[in-house]
Write a protein that binds this ligand. Structure first.
Ligand SMILES: *[C@@H]1O[C@H](CO)[C@@H](O)[C@H](O)[C@H]1NC(C)=O
Ligand SMILES: *[C@@H]1O[C@H](CO)[C@@H](O)[C@H](O)[C@H]1NC(C)=O
Ligand SMILES: *[C@@H]1O[C@H](CO)[C@@H](O)[C@H](O)[C@H]1NC(C)=O
Ligand SMILES: *[C@@H]1O[C@H](CO)[C@@H](O)[C@H](O)[C@H]1NC(C)=O
Ligand SMILES: *[C@@H]1O[C@H](CO)[C@@H](O)[C@H](O)[C@H]1NC(C)=O
Ligand SMILES: *[C@@H]1O[C@H](CO)[C@@H](O)[C@H](O)[C@H]1NC(C)=O
Ligand SMILES: *[C@@H]1O[C@H](CO)[C@@H](O)[C@H](O)[C@H]1NC(C)=O
Ligand SMILES: *[C@@H]1O[C@H](CO)[C@@H](O)[C@H](O)[C@H]1NC(C)=O
Length: 766
């Protein structure tokens, strides 16, 4: 089985053929042993001893000399394991050794502003009100936010250290710029490192240009500035969306761990490097790790992001991950470990409308960030299918794929291109290359109403599926079809918003369907944040334009919104556990949009928790959740027991002797959402709430899933001082009316009149 992996960015769909790597003959692997037994005070002697033990271990299979050659990472600080190039037979032997928890291929993973913080209620037209979490949490100062990504563009104003005090004394990281003197850190961007040995093991030897944490892609600068970028007035993309750019924790310190490189086989970030990045970030003393990358869902111990996150969370660091861009099909969510915060993507209340006007006066509202405007007159419009070159298929031409369009047919016209396969901005480029004057980009059925404003290289407008059908019908059935595309404008306060993005990956989790994923949704469509100046805004070779800020879409962009909010909560509540912070974010989220209707998806249908988890984040409420569902690292070990992992192996994560509890049920895992599979008759689950607010009495309110009745016992819980815990039971019973076996959704809310601690309930009747 192969597990392709990506940066979670929906902006680009690279054809992997364009970047075919030169694969090394030997495969490289990660060998994972669990945790180290060394305590907090680790000497370099201890670290060397660990590396020596890794050589010794590998040497017992390959011989000492070969082991020295094969091993390229020894994970010595928190994660215990190593990465090495191995023959298949060697790998098979090592995998069977009792000390080995897992052995997996060093595979690639993909990388999946200005307005969003206003939309999230932290400010109002740029005015920060007194009840904003920004004021309360001092803009996230004291917190250190790291990302594992494509590095950082240090010259971006988002990383300026103006008004920043001295670097926190707990910081142990470095600015790894020995081979790139142009790269600098400061009191804002306090550290940067790069990890490329896992990448080199796949693509072959790298030259010195790879020895730098500099972001030559844009993705890492965008995500890091969204989480913790400083205030930058007058930020815009070609004048669009002009405003003050900032991250969720504008005064936090940030650090970049570059683990992603130019695509090789369609993937950018390799497991061995991802693990090295996590191990070092934990050591350096970060508080928050933002991870906008991942692969297809896979077994927890074969997943470098899940393993790295586990070690981070165990050290009190909060890890936030993208859900993936493989929606809208069910069962596509990745980064599903219960110790991660998994983030879906939705729109905000900003659009960049650009109208398509047909010769018959029909008007369709699309979106775009095209810089060029059409001269003020109608132009002939044709389906791109009718502009096919002789040697290309009509299907490829309709998609405006490279080499499929005939300049003789396209010149001077507006082309209607269908969404799918190649990047949206590439379709615009192909149209422009063929001499078209404009492009209408029409959605396919799958992408429905999801339209995205991209910085196209020609006048263009992206329209939805229904409107696309109308444009095609006009073009197909009109003798001399004509059209015009209006220049885009920036519009704020649009309704309804948010709408779930079609690309956002959806639950249920195929690995652990017992835990609802994603956990939460946040803005991830047309997000404006800092960018690299090494590439153009479309990331295509042909794009010679350069921008300081760019508009990008993906769960890569929604993830750092939550990371920024976590940064604020960390400043406000430095002693809260990662799971308490997650609970605060989840139980205060909303399932309504800005017209007080249930959240919808890109087909205008009611979305479910499989799209948005607990709902859309509400940062100001997250700072006062009242109660939280807490979990300890030991609970996560119990979770692994319940999944059926081998106890001997689980014990390798525990510093003290560990035994799986008996009996153990996943249903009682104290998660802020409740999922029951194969419900036949009735079942009862237990949850425990902890008071983090004022004393008070909370009562339970239930919204039953269709055909299921839910009873809560006791119905009311009285809390005294902070830290007090109360346990309750929830019984779910299938009623005569539920004949189906489809998932049904409800919710449980504990309320004292002021706080509303809401959990989604997901039930699959048997
Ligand atoms: C658990 O793993 C250990 C080490 O790999 C093995 O010796 C043992 O037989 C396994 N136990 C079970 C119950 O599978
Ligand atoms: C983990 O990966 C290895 C090698 O890539 C594979 O043989 C093994 O089956 C995987 N384990 C699981 C549980 O998927
Ligand atoms: C290093 O390699 C990259 C990719 O192969 C290439 O684009 C670049 O020009 C090389 N740089 C130097 C300094 O050799
Ligand atoms: C952006 O807004 C600022 C402040 O209002 C203004 O000074 C600047 O000219 C604007 N820039 C653009 C490109 O509209
Ligand atoms: C068609 O032929 C042209 C010219 O030889 C070439 O550039 C183009 O890539 C070809 N297109 C396809 C789809 O093969
Ligand atoms: C219009 O023609 C295209 C081919 O050019 C075809 O794929 C499409 O189904 C037609 N659409 C309508 C609405 O007639
Ligand atoms: C919207 O939800 C409906 C019902 O769950 C589903 O069939 C449809 O595919 C979804 N559309 C999108 C674009 O997510
Ligand atoms: C549900 O439970 C009833 C009674 O316990 C049993 O007879 C029936 O086989 C169960 N159904 C399924 C689908 O497991």
């Amino acid at each position: 089985m192969t597990f392709p992996t990506y940066l979670f960015l929906s902006f680009l769909f690279y054809s992997s053929l364009l970047h075919r790597p030169t694969f090394a003959i030997k495969k490289s692997y990660v060998v994972y042993f669990g945790c180290h037994s060394h305590g907090l005070e680790v000497s370099s002697f201890d670290l060397d001893k660990v590396t020596e033990s890794h050589y010794e271990f590998l040497g017992s299979f390959l011989g000492r000399n070969k082991a020295k050659e094969a091993l390229f990472y020894s994970y010595t600080r928190h994660i215990n394991g190593f990465a090495a190039t191995l023959e298949d037979e060697e790998a098979a032997q090592i995998a069977n050794h009792p000390k080995v928890i897992s052995l997996f291929l060093n595979q690639g993973r993909k990388l999946y502003t200005t307005r969003s913080w206003d939309f999230l209620g932290l400010e109002n037209d740029g005015v920060i009100h007194s009840s904003s979490i920004w004021k309360e949490a001092r803009f996230g100062e004291d917190t250190i936010i790291a990302n594992l990504d494509t590095g950082v563009w240090p010259e971006s104003k988002s990383f300026s250290d103006e008004d920043m005090g001295p670097i926190p004394s707990k910081w142990k990281g470095i600015c790894q710029n020995k081979a790139d003197a142009s790269f600098h850190c400061n009191r804002k961007l306090i550290g940067a490192r790069y990890f490329n040995k896992g990448y080199a093991a796949v693509v072959g030897a790298l030259n010195s240009s790879f020895d730098s944490p500099r972001d030559t892609e844009g993705h890492g600068s965008h995500t890091l500035s969204t989480a913790g970028g400083n205030f930058v007035p007058g930020a815009n993309v070609f004048g669009f969306g002009n405003g003050t750019a900032k991250g969720g924790s504008p005064k936090a310190r940030v650090a970049a761990y570059k683990v992603c490189w130019p695509p090789a086989g369609g993937n950018e970030c390799f497991d061995a490097d991802v693990l090295a990045g996590f191990d070092m970030a934990i050591h350096d003393g970060v508080d928050v790790i933002s991870v906008s990358l991942g692969g297809d869902p896979m077994a927890l111990f074969n997943d470098s992001v899940a393993i790295g996150s586990f070690h981070a969370v165990r050290n009190g660091i909060v890890v936030i991950c993208s859900a993936g861009n493989s929606g809208p099909a069910d069962g596509t969510v990745s980064n599903i470990a219960p110790w991660q915060i998994t983030v879906g993507a939705s729109t905000m209340d900003r659009q960049f409308p650009s109208y398509v006007i047909l010769g018959n006066k029909m008007r369709f509202k699309g979106e775009s960030l095209s810089t060029e405007a059409l001269p003020n007159k109608l132009f002939p419009i044709i389906s791109a299918a009718d502009a096919a070159v002789a040697n290309a298929s009509v299907g490829d031409a309709l998609l405006c794929k490279p080499g499929s369009l005939d300049p003789k047919k396209a010149k001077g016209k507006i082309l209607v291109c269908l969404r799918g396969d190649n990047a949206r901005v590439d379709k615009g480029q192909q149209a422009a290359l063929a001499g078209a004057v404009g492009m209408v980009l029409a959605n396919n059925q799958l992408s429905g109403n999801e339209i995205i404003a991209d910085p196209h290289v020609l006048p263009a407008s992206h329209i939805n599926y229904i409107d696309g059908g109308a444009v095609f019908a006009y073009v197909n059935h009109t003798r001399y079809p004509m059209a015009y595309i209006t220049h885009p404008t920036t519009r704020l306060g649009t309704k309804p918003a948010p709408i779930m993005a079609a690309f956002s990956s959806k639950g249920p989790s195929t690995i652990t369907p017992e835990i609802l994923k994603p956990d939460i949704t946040a803005p991830g469509v047309s997000v404006i944040a800092a960018y690299t100046e090494a590439q153009g805004p479309t990331n295509q070779d042909f794009d010679k334009r350069r921008v300081l800020f760019n508009s990008v879409s993906g769960t890569s962009m929604s993830c750092p919104h939550i990371s920024g909010i976590v940064g604020l909560l960390k400043t406000l509540y430095p002693t809260w556990s990662p799971s308490a912070i997650k609970s605060a974010i989840m139980t205060t989220a909303t399932t309504q949009d800005n017209i007080k209707e249930p959240l919808t998806n890109a087909s205008n249908l009611k979305a479910t928790p499989f799209s948005y988890g607990a709902g859309h984040v509400q940062p100001n409420r997250a700072m006062d959740p009242g109660l939280v569902y807490d979990l300890t690292p030991n609970d996560y070990l119990n979770f692994l027991c319940a999944l059926g992992y081998n106890q001997t192996q689980i014990a390798m994560f525990s510093k003290s002797p560990y035994k799986c509890p008996n009996p153990i049920s996943l249903a009682n895992f104290n998660y802020p959402s409740i999922t029951i599979l194969a419900l036949n008759g009735s079942t009862t689950v237990t949850r425990t709430l902890k008071n983090v607010g004022s004393p008070g009495t909370y009562s339970a309110h239930v919204q039953n899933p269709a055909g299921i009745s839910v009873f809560v016992q006791p119905k009311s819980l009285k809390f005294g001082k902070v830290g007090e815990q109360r346990t309750f039971k929830v019984t779910m019973k299938v009623e005569g009316g539920n004949k189906g076996r489809d998932y049904v959704f409800g919710e449980l809310t504990w309320s004292d009149g002021k706080h509303h601690v809401r959990s989604p309930i997901v039930v699959k009747p048997n």
